[in-house]
Write a protein that binds this ligand. Structure first.
Ligand SMILES: C[S@@+](CC[C@H](N)C(=O)[O-])C[C@H]1O[C@@H](n2cnc3c(N)ncnc32)[C@H](O)[C@@H]1O
Length: 198
């Protein structure tokens, strides 16, 4: 089974499997992304759209949000949450993002990075989408080990998907030209943040 089919299958029950801590942790992700009113944001692997309300609150009515995912079923769950606010949904693969170069102030990739088949290519696409001085955030609010354990348990197409440890992630981010790299690798929270040079 492909990853796309895996996520299509899990989409309807996805939100009911999440923990009560999730909203606090998602808020922390958005805090670390340092969003400002009016920002243009790309949410890669948006899934059922768990981050949308947090992002939209921060960027306000003048902000713009593009939410992309490879799974149509995940996107249709997300669409229900966002209503008709300033968010656009696109079915797309991170390896071939359909966006103009240097368009976004922030690119956020929450709980999706380990699933990318070619991580360097996925990163290059996300960096391409960032404006100079824009910030990329890759996060796993339940922590690296917990994510890896979940994937091992789920097996199938995601069974081997792993969150890179800090040194490996840091190397990947600098390889694609990012700077000011900072990684939080706490037992219950993982987040990598880096900036596109000006
Ligand atoms: C674990 S879910 C997380 C979704 C959401 N960001 C969240 O925090 O709940 C991972 C998502 O990444 C998407 N995904 C996996 N590979 C992808 C790719 N190559 N391009 C775009 N999205 C992808 C999946 O379809 C799925 O919706």
């Amino acid at each position: 089974m492909s990853r796309r089919r895996f996520f299509d299958r899990h989409a309807p029950a996805w939100d009911s499997e999440e923990t009560a801590r999730r909203e606090v942790d998602l808020q922390r992700v958005v805090d670390e992304a340092d969003l400002r009113q009016g920002d243009c944001v790309l949410d890669v692997g948006t899934g059922t759209g768990v981050l949308l309300s947090h992002i939209l609150r921060r960027i306000g009515p003048e902000g713009r949000l593009l939410a992309v995912d490879i799974s149509r079923a995940m996107l249709s769950q997300a669409r229900r949450k966002a209503g008709r606010r300033n968010v656009v949904f696109v079915e797309a693969d991170v390896h071939h993002l359909c966006t103009r170069e240097a368009r976004f102030d922030r690119v956020i990739c929450n709980a999706a990075f380990p699933h990318f088949e070619d991580r360097e290519l996925g990163l290059r696409e996300m960096v391409r989408a960032l404006r100079p001085a824009g910030i990329l955030v890759i996060s796993h609010p339940i922590g690296r080990e917990a994510v890896n354990a979940r994937h091992r348990e789920a097996g199938g197409p995601v069974g081997e998907d792993r969150v890179p440890p800090p040194l490996a992630m840091s190397q990947l981010l600098s390889q694609v030209g990012l700077q000011d790299i900072a990684i939080i690798d706490q037992p219950e929270f993982y987040l990598a943040r880096a900036q596109r040079p000006t």
